[in-house]
Design a binder for this molecule. Structure first.
Ligand code: CP3
Length: 349
């Protein structure tokens, strides 16, 4: 296992530095990624091409020496596996066709058609694992149920999640059934990724911050995320990313954090403070984050200063994986990433 896994499970006594990886580390800021990307007109075809997905997953490891690779794929492979059409329009982002009936989606899940559709992702994981050094972790991932449902209902990205919220309000029975279905698909997909060779996983509930009111956030984000972590945590550690809500998630009393020690970690966005989140969590729960991705676009001096402050501010017993608060952007400077990884891996624990 690698240093990210060890940090989360608490095997930290002998470690000289904090582990580091980066959300979207295989992405458009890298010229070698763009070269592979340009061979595919359809982004989903790229996601389902095991050789290409393996190649781009390994690119940032070869270049920067991150402590973990994250398998190149997308959260929208799940709606597609459930039978919904998914495509990407350049400059606009993802688009989804009409939502299939619940009966049809349930049938696909129960018959194994969903996992079968995703088999190329598992092939890519096994291929990537074979290429990685033993001490580099391989992270599998999927979207949080709420985030996936916003795409499935809205038919693409949305700024206000109006249709999803409206459905949750007006047709609770339908919404609850959809939520349970997506939750199940997520668990199946994460466990299959672990069986294929991922040694930890992350759930991206990136749009949970758009749910209005604490009670609704508990019901549609935190409760499903903890249920997923309970199931998947039996197989591998699970990092939960509820963007903008790390403090509220950490405060979640129902989570009974200490019982999840070593099995769950909380990812923090750049909009939430490390101390403010850490305060609510026991020492046996790791955190991850939370450098502002915009700092990767600017001067190294400011990125270094902010990263130094984060490293300096944590106690050596705090289990923490250095990461960005959200995905690196296409205009980030490759040189910043290079210096950032070196700086973190040379910074004494
Ligand atoms: O982190 C990694 O290196 C692994 C790869 C990864 C991708 N998507 C590849 C990708 C991960 C972890 C994701 C997750 C994902 N996908 C999320 C959750 C994380 C987050 O950003 O909050 C979401 C919401 C999506 C859905 C999605 N896929 C969007 C909104 C977009 C951007 C559309 C655009 O054109 O900017 C994508 C496309 C996508 N997924 C890209 C990458 C590298 C860029 C598209 C490209 O290369 O053409």
């Amino acid at each position: 296992m690698g240093a990210v896994f060890d940090e989360i499970v608490g095997d930290i006594e002998t470690k000289s530095h904090r582990p580091v990886w980066m959300m979207r580390q295989a992405g458009r800021y890298l010229p070698e990624y763009r070269a592979v990307r340009s061979k595919f007109s359809n982004f989903m075809d790229f996601c389902f091409h095991p050789q290409a997905a393996t190649e781009v997953t390994l690119q940032p490891i070869a270049r920067f020496g991150f402590d973990a690779a994250i398998m190149f794929s997308d959260i929208l492979v799940i709606p597609q596996a459930l039978g919904q059409k998914v495509w990407f329009v350049s400059g606009e982002g993802p688009k989804l066709g009409p939502l299939p009936s619940l009966d049809d989606m349930e049938k696909r899940l129960e018959s194994g058609a969903v996992i079968n559709h995703l088999s190329k992702v598992y092939t890519a994981i096994t291929m990537t694992r074979a290429e990685l050094k033993q001490n580099t972790d391989l992270i599998g991932f999927c979207g949080g149920p709420w985030t996936l449902i916003t795409y499935m209902i809205e038919g693409g990205s949305s700024s206000n999640y109006h249709q999803a919220l409206d459905l949750a309000d007006k047709n609770q029975q339908f919404f609850d059934r959809l939520m349970a279905l997506v939750e199940k698909a997520v668990v199946h997909h994460l466990v299959a990724q672990i069986k294929a060779g991922a040694n930890l996983v992350q759930v991206f509930d990136s749009w949970a911050g758009g749910i209005p009111g604490h009670k609704a956030r508990q019901r549609w984000s935190f409760d499903p995320l903890m249920k997923i972590a309970d199931e998947v945590g039996k197989f591998a550690p699970t990092v939960l990313f509820a963007k903008g809500l790390a403090i509220e998630l950490a405060q979640n009393k129902q989570a009974a954090w200490s019982q999840h020690g070593g099995k769950v970690a909380v990812a923090i966005g750049q909009d939430q403070g490390f101390d403010a989140v850490r305060r609510h969590l026991p020492d046996n729960i790791a955190t991850q984050g939370n450098i502002d991705p915009q700092l990767m676009v600017g001067d190294w001096s400011l990125l270094k200063q902010k990263t130094g402050k984060l490293l300096q501010g944590m106690a050596s017993k705090n289990r923490h994986v250095i990461n960005l608060g959200h995905g690196i952007t296409p205009n980030a400077k490759v040189d910043n990433v290079q210096r950032w990884v070196e700086y973190i891996q040379e910074y004494p624990r």
